[in-house]
Design a protein around this ligand. Structure first.
Ligand code: GDP
Ligand code: IMO
Ligand code: MG
Length: 430
């Protein structure tokens, strides 16, 4: 019984949601282990569209257990809204199908205020965050100030901790000349929703341990992508958590030996939302064409995604650092009809050739891609369900990507639809 982790290998939005949904037909438990509702995962099942932010993408399949691990930061109001919305679409969500880690930290209204204040204070160099309070909530977790799910049923602890947290943040807000956040208002708002949230609370490490003992299959669902990893991404233009596979173990509460396979979800080109270095960006007609065809607009903020060519250097780095064993290549169909396609095989940085993306921000900004050009293909990848239906030139492109990034393509996705997925290697074989 192989357990599989799914992580993004680029700057997010690689199609993780679609792939986790597809894989979950053969899994029993699906766990989110980092990030928060900055994520936006779109599933398309028989033409019906589901948009998920905090809920694991296994939620839409009956009979599966969805888990939100302690590595995730949880906005209780956003979560309840999402549960309501997905229930309206006919999906069952109950304490039997959803378990939330009792030790997971909360995102509170003050974190959203701080997220915005920090972005403003960055002046003309913002990060372009999703504005969901993700960064400030993780800061509070590490600073040992966070309110966690388990604090919600202890009035005295809740008030004490909230006061301590707000003293800290309101001092900063005062210093910045901004309006303070009212402690009592937050406390009352939390008390209003706590019973609904507490209904899902659980001891996640035990649930996972039991699942393991029962021979159940666990799927670990990453959000964001390796280039947004707080340690290994394009810092400081990153999110505030780790995507590398070690985080799947920590953020769920299980040993790393449990994860047998690691799939890096990889778009056949590159996109990025928000600010920061993006060497292969095509801020021109090509990027526009890819963006239109690939419907590259954010699921969470609706922002237009920046588009560019496939960056084999960045993905190779993501594979090594993230612990990825095989890639799932998505959105190859978006390149249908292109006359020629470029792949970045190295960088020129201030006259020097690099085979990796260096850590320094100024070097990342200065990276100019060295391209290899391949011819496009006649015919369509879109909707193909067998390798035999893929045009020969498209196969060449896939094989070249495998060579350059040093990992095999395990699955190939050819449209947003669940079943437009071609199996190259069984992802569940150890
Ligand atoms: P995630 O954040 O990694 O889950 O990705 P998003 O859901 O934010 O963005 C990926 C988008 O591409 C979604 O709208 C998917 O429905 C869509 N998608 C996924 N796989 C494919 C594919 O192979 N081809 C096409 N055309 N669209 C895809
Ligand atoms: P999924 O799971 C793409 C980006 C934001 C911003 C940076 C920091 O759908 O792939 P944050 O709000 O996290 O502090 O913002 O990270 N970002 C994403 N970009 N996909 C995501 O998630 C993202 N989550 C955060 O745009 O640049
Ligand atoms: Mg997304």
């Amino acid at each position: 019984m192989a357990n599989v982790a799914v992580i993004g290998s680029q700057w997010g939005d690689e199609g993780k949601g679609k792939i986790v949904d597809w894989l979950s037909s053969r899994a029993d438990v699906v766990v989110r282990f980092q990030g928060g509702h900055n994520a936006g995962h779109t599933l398309v099942i028989d033409g019906k569209v589901y948009k998920l932010h905090l809920l694991p993408s296994g939620i839409v399949r009956p009979g599966k257990v969805s888990i939100i691990g302690s590595g995730v930061v949880i906005d209780p109001w956003a979560l309840l809204e999402e549960i309501t919305r997905i229930k309206e679409q006919g999906v069952e969500v109950s304490p039997e199908t959803l378990v939330i880690a009792e030790n997971a930290p909360l995102i509170l209204p003050v974190h959203r205020v701080l997220d915005k204040a920090m972005e403003t204070s960055r002046g003309d160099r913002p990060i372009g965050t999703t504005g969901r309070g993700i960064g400030p909530a993780y800061e509070d977790k590490v600073a040992r100030r966070a309110i966690r799910i388990c604090d919600l049923d202890d009035d005295a602890a809740l008030e004490r901790k909230l006061n301590r947290m707000m003293d800290h943040h309101n001092a900063l807000l005062r210093g910045l000349g901004l309006e303070e956040v009212d402690v009592q208002e937050t406390l009352e708002a939390l008390k209003e929703v706590r019973s609904e949230i507490l209904a899902y609370r659980g001891v996640v490490w035990k649930v996972l341990d039991q699942a393991r003992q029962d021979g159940k299959r666990i799927l670990f669902e990453g959000a964001q992508g390796m280039m947004l990893d707080v340690d290994h991404g394009t810092y400081p233009f990153v999110t505030s958590s780790n995507m590398a596979v070690g985080q799947a173990a920590v953020g769920a509460g299980i040993g790393p030996d449990v994860i047998d396979n690691v799939l890096g979800i990889t778009k056949a080109y590159t996109t990025r939302v928000g600010e920061g270095p993006f060497p292969t960006e095509q801020d021109n007609e090509i990027g526009e064409r890819i963006g239109q065809k690939g419907h590259e607009f954010g699921t969470t903020t609706g922002r237009k995604r920046r588009c560019g060519w496939f960056d084999a250097v960045a993905v190779r780095q993501a594979i090594k650092v993230g612990g990825i064993k095989g890639i799932v290549l998505t959105k190859l169909d978006v390149l249908d009809g292109m006359e020629e396609i470029k792949i970045c095989v190295g960088y020129d940085i201030n006259g020097e050739r690099y085979d990796h993306l260096p850590a320094a921000q100024n070097l990342q900004q200065a990276a100019t891609p060295v391209y290899e050009t391949m011819s496009g293909w006649q015919g369509e990848v879109h909707g193909a369900r067998s390798w035999a239906d893929i045009p020969a030139e498209a196969i060449k492109y896939v094989r070249r990507i495998e060579e350059l990034v040093g990992a095999p393509v395990t699955l190939l996705s050819t449209s947003p639809e669940r079943d437009d997925t071609i199996v190259m290697e069984d992802p569940f074989v150890k």
